[in-house]
Design a protein around this ligand. Sequence first.
Ligand code: BEZ
Length: 181
Amino acid sequence: MQSVWLFGYGSLIWRPDFEFVSSKVAWVDGWTRRFWQGSHDHRGVPDAPGRVVTLVPAEGERCGGVAFEIAAPNVAEIFDALDYREKNGYDRCEAELSFEPAANNEIASTKKGIFYVANKSNFAFLGDAPITRIAEQIKISHGPSGANADYLLNLAQALRELEIVDEHVFAIERELLQLER
Ligand code: BEZ
């Protein structure tokens, strides 16, 4: 068995709580990040779910995140733990990851990778809503993993540090900061 690449586009970006061999910025084509998944177990509670990100199919778009290379002997244990942590509606999905070229004239390399997606048929899916509504829900939601607002702010900050632009995330962040003033 070889090492496996895990693509993180949410909390894994700023808090990977597993051992990995290497990590780098990566992109998945045909997907976009959205705060459309309800969180009953991490950033909210069953009666008042928070909102966390999932990936949504989007032709012509791409989502930036971080790919982590997991050594072969650790693969089963790490994915078992993630399957359990993300049991609130997420499934594993396999796709081609593109890595940033080292220089502009180099062709980006690709590798198969795995990521977690909560599709629209899962019980916790909330779907689209106006940006203001999403920010309001995030502002008031808290769960066993902490404040939903911290999840959003940490994600936005991590994306900026990686120079990944995500207008959906940044627009909700702006709205949240406005609500908190
Ligand atoms: C992540 O990529 O950070 C992630 C998102 C949803 C579920 C599990 C991991």
